[in-house]
Structures are given as C-alpha cells and as structure tokens.
Ligand binder design. Structure first.
Ligand SMILES: Cc1cc2nc3c(=O)[nH]c(=O)nc-3n(C[C@H](O)[C@H](O)[C@H](O)COP(=O)(O)OP(=O)(O)OC[C@H]3O[C@@H](n4cnc5c(N)ncnc54)[C@H](O)[C@@H]3O)c2cc1C
Length: 491
C-alpha cells in the first residue's frame, strides 16, 4: 500500500473541522483538510458559543482574536407573547472557565480567524475538494477527492469526517442517523445596523403562538432574527423581502436594518449510533444535530474535536492502543445527547402554536418559576466512562481561574498535567508536573489548594482537554493515567 500523505485527513472545514485541524497540528500531526466549497458557509447559522468553547479556542491559540470579533451576552430569556419571563439564564461576564459564560458571534468572522490559524500552523488546506469515496485497511485510509484537476487520491492514517449534516464520510462507512423526533421550519435572518455592539446583550425567544420568534445581537452591529413558519405557509412567500420587512416592522425596525443574509431551515434532532469505524471517525453535525434553541450545535462539535484530537495524537505519535479511540464516542455521545434533549425541550416550549396550550404552558411555567423552579436547565452533565479514573470529580471540566490577568491554562501549558506538591517524576505518558510550590505557579496556588482541599485529594491529574482525569494521590494518578493511555479500555 502506498505511503501516507498525512497522519490525519479532516474532511470538511466548517467550524468543527477548522478546530480539529488546528488542534491536530498542535498535537504534532501532519494534517490535510479538505472542503468541497471554495468559501466558508455563507448563510446564517451559529450565533452563540459558550465559555468551554472559548477555552478550546484558547487551546488553539485564537481566543483573543475571537474575543475581538465576539460579544459577551448577559442574559438569555424565553418570554411569553406579553414578555413575561418563562425561562431566564443570566450570563456572567467571567465564568468558572476563565471567560464570559456566553458570547454572540458572527460566524464568518470566527471562521476567518480559525482558517488563518490553520494556515499559520501548516494545515494543508485544499478548498474545492470533495471527498467522494474511501476504503480503509489495517494501515490507513485511502480517500478519493474530486478537485478541479480531477480525482486525487489522499492516503491518511486516520480520517475525521467533519463534513456536516449530509456527511459523505458517515455514508462511506455505512452509519445512519437516529431521528430523535423534532422537525420544525424556521426562517433565519441576519441584519446589519440599528444596533451597536454592547447596546443589546440579551438573546430572547418569544414564545408567541402567533409567531414564535428568536432575536438577539450578533457581534459587529448585527442582529439575528428567527421566525417560525406556521403550517401551510409558503416558504418562498414567507422569505420574500416584503414579508421579511413586515416581520421586522413588528419589532419596530425599518430601513435602518440591512438584510445581510437569510435562509430557511428545518430544525432537527439526530444522533449517529456509531462515531468510529476503524480508522474513520465522525464529529460535529456529521455525528449529531440539534435544534438551535440551546445554541449548542457547533459547541458540541467543537467539544468533539477537543476530546478526540489528543487521543489521535496519543495513538499516532505515541503508540497508544487505537482502542482508546472508542472512548471518544463513549464520553461524548451521552453528553451530546443530554444537550440535544435540552435543546428539544427548549424547542417544545418555543414552537407551541396552539393558543390554549400556550396559555396553559405560560401559567404553569410562570407559577413554577415563582416557586423557585425553572422547567429547563442548562447544567450539562460531566463526562463519564471512557478515559477517566473513577475518582470524585473525574469527568468534570477543571476550572480556569484568571489571576493578575493570567489564565491558568496559559500558565500550565498544553498536554496532560499533574497538579500538586512534592510530585514524583511523571515518567512516560506525556504528563507534566505543575508543582504548586514553584514560584511560576504561586499566584494560582491559593485557588488550586482550595480546590484540592474541597475535592479531598493531594493532587489532580488533568487530561489535555482540561477534564479532570482523577483526584487523589499523585503516584496512583500517574499509574492510572499510564495504564489507560497505553492500553485497551476494558469494555
Ligand atoms: C439557524 C441555526 C442557528 C444555529 N445556532 C447555533 C448557535 O447559536 N450555536 C451553536 O453552537 N450552534 C448553532 N447552530 C448549529 C451549527 O451551525 C452547526 O452545528 C455547525 O455549523 C456544525 O458545524 P460542522 O463543522 O460540524 O459542520 P458544517 O458547518 O456544516 O461544515 C461542514 C463542512 O463540510 C463540507 N463538506 C461536506 N461534504 C463534504 C465532502 N464530501 N468533501 C469535502 N467537504 C465536504 C461542507 O462544505 C462544510 O464546509 C445553528 C444552526 C442553525 C441552522
């Protein structure tokens, strides 16, 4: 079989593929990333992302640039037609992961930063290159890629399909999506003007059975609008400019808004029952799709990339057993599924068209909220199973304190780290020691000591994706890590 052209072939350069490719280069992998389109996706899609994603952007070395083209929100609310509050998600300017809890974004600006970073890191990006087929053997994957110059073969050790909802990679390995039962048509519009950044920092769902509506700010003086189509409405007439102007006029806006882009989508909830077939894996919308009411579709895909990439690095660069790649789905699928459930629950609140049912919904939710309960929570679960130690806090995201303007992850650097005092030499397994007695980490010592005291361990071992591997004695943590990173995970 011919030599490999790269360690990793990333199929699809949407936000997930871009993050995947950049992080893979930082793992030291050689990466070819292809996209069938010549330009990033032009229509309105992701509007917000959360602090965990900003931390992953930080890992990729682009957080400051992305912060500069994003807008920190301060609330996300679901309101009745009369603007009474049904659900309320206040957003902190600095969350426990070291960034604002939620940002509004202008996706093309974010993708421009990510693609520039891929180029800077030496990702071999090939645009106008569509994957049309692949076969794998015990040594690699041979993909056929259609380009303007004709079919081009690419041989890679591994392939990750980040090629979106209609994933050709998923089809090539014979995986079908499971339908989780949500299907609603919405018109989505981005406008420019009428607002300056910072003037509006609240995203809102208006649960009006007459016209369920989403609106909120995007960065760069833009607004996002989403209007649900009712049964029988003609999508073409609904999306026509005169009708769009009427929809915006309800909100008091006229010609000061320029309609920048718009599209009609059917919002779905789908998940793949299998995320890996041998040397081929799928991530992002290729593996799961959800309605946008939690603002988590892209976020979930970027989490996939951060979870998978260091495992690929361990297998390809450090000889770990490829079976560790099974932990990717084991850890990520239940998490993605929990968020899909939340997004669907939010969607069911928003998309109610029956007046009587909506009135009943409003009365019940307002009463429960007054009693201190809220119908939907965004407290997503920790990861579990897979490559964790089983101790307390294993699977949780480790906090990222920012002290004297410095964030923890920037101080401790990339890769797996063991944090504590009087630490043994980490030995093999690519772990670095972060000794809290070292002057370099002194500013973080009080916060980390307090965390360890509360967790009840002398040390904590963090995985490269900054999830807690385990808490306890340093030697036992190292031994557990060395075992799990090298060997097959017990079923
Ligand atoms: C209206 C709307 C609002 C949303 N809001 C949010 C939000 O606020 N927050 C959030 O997190 N998510 C949101 N989402 C979801 C988010 O947009 C998607 O989850 C995200 O775009 C998926 O990214 P991806 O990289 O997996 O796939 P995509 O962005 O779809 O990228 C896939 C890429 O693969 C390429 N490709 C496809 N087939 C091939 C092939 N055969 N060969 C080569 N290349 C190929 C495509 O050209 C494309 O560039 C929203 C979605 C919608 C529709």
């Amino acid at each position: 079989m011919s030599a490999h052209n790269c360690d990793l072939l990333v199929v699809g350069l949407g936000p997930v593929g871009e993050v995947m490719a950049a992080l893979a280069r930082l793992q030291g992998l050689s990466v070819i990333a292809i996209d069938k389109a010549l330009e990033p996706y032009p229509l309105p899609r992701a509007a917000i992302f959360d602090q965990e994603i900003m931390r992953i952007f930080q890992m990729a070395g682009v957080a400051d640039q992305i912060e500069a083209v994003s807008l920190a929100l301060n609330n996300y609310q679901f309101l009745t037609a009369r603007h009474e509050v049904l659900l309320d998600f206040p957003i902190a300017d600095e969350g426990r992961l070291g960034w604002a809890e939620t940002y509004a974004m202008h996706q093309p600006s974010v993708e421009a930063v990510l693609r520039a970073r891929c180029a800077e890191l030496g990702v071999d990006m090939r645009l106008g290159a569509a994957m049309t087929g692949m076969i794998q053997d015990e040594d690699g994957v041979s993909a056929t890629v259609d380009t303007a110059d004709g079919p081009t073969p690419i041989r890679a050790r591994y392939v990750v399909g980040c090629d979106g909802a209609w994933s050709a990679v998923r089809a090539a390995v014979g995986i079908n999506l499971e339908d989780l039962g949500f299907d609603e048509p919405w018109l989505v519009i981005d406008t420019v003007g009428g607002v300056s950044d910072g003037q509006l920092r609240v995203a809102r769902q208006i649960c009006d059975p007459q016209r369920p509506t989403t609106h909120g700010p995007l960065a760069g003086g833009r607004l996002r609008w989403e209007f649900m189509l009712k049964p029988g409405e003609d999508p073409v007439a609904f999306a026509a400019e005169d009708n769009v102007r009427k929809l915006l006029a309800v909100w008091g806006y006229g010609d000061e808004l320029t309609i920048e882009r718009q599209a009609i989508y059917r919002f779905h909830a789908l998940i793949a029952p299998q995320w890996r077939v041998g040397r081929v894996l799928i991530a992002g919308d290729a593996a799961h799709q959800m309605p946008p009411f939690a603002g988590q579709g892209m976020c979930s895909g970027i989490r996939d990339a951060a979870n998978l990439v260091w495992k690929l690095g361990a297998v390809i660069r450090h000889g770990s057993d490829p079976a560790i790649l099974d932990s990717y789905q084991e850890e990520r699928a239940p998490h993605a599924r929990a968020i899909i459930d939340t997004a669907v629950a939010m969607g069911r609140v928003v998309c109610m068209l029956d007046e009587a049912a909506a009135a009943q919904r409003d009365a019940g939710m307002i009463a429960r909220k007054a009693a201190g309960a809220q119908d939907v929570t965004t407290a997503y679960p920790d990861l579990s199973g897979g490559m964790f130690s089983g101790t307390a806090h294993a699977g949780a995201l480790f906090p990222q304190p920012r002290i004297d303007g410095i964030r923890l992850d920037d101080a401790i650097g990339e890769g797996a780290v063991l944090i504590g005092r009087n630490l043994p030499a980490p030995g093999p397994g690519h772990v670095r020691a972060v000794d809290l007695d070292h002057p370099r980490f002194a500013r973080f010592a009080p916060a980390l000591d307090a965390w360890l005291a509360e967790a009840g361990g002398a040390a904590v071992l963090l995985r490269p994706d900054r999830h807690v591997f385990g808490v306890g004695g340093a030697a036992a943590l190292l031994e557990g890590w060395h075992t799990i990173i090298r060997t097959k995970i017990a079923a």
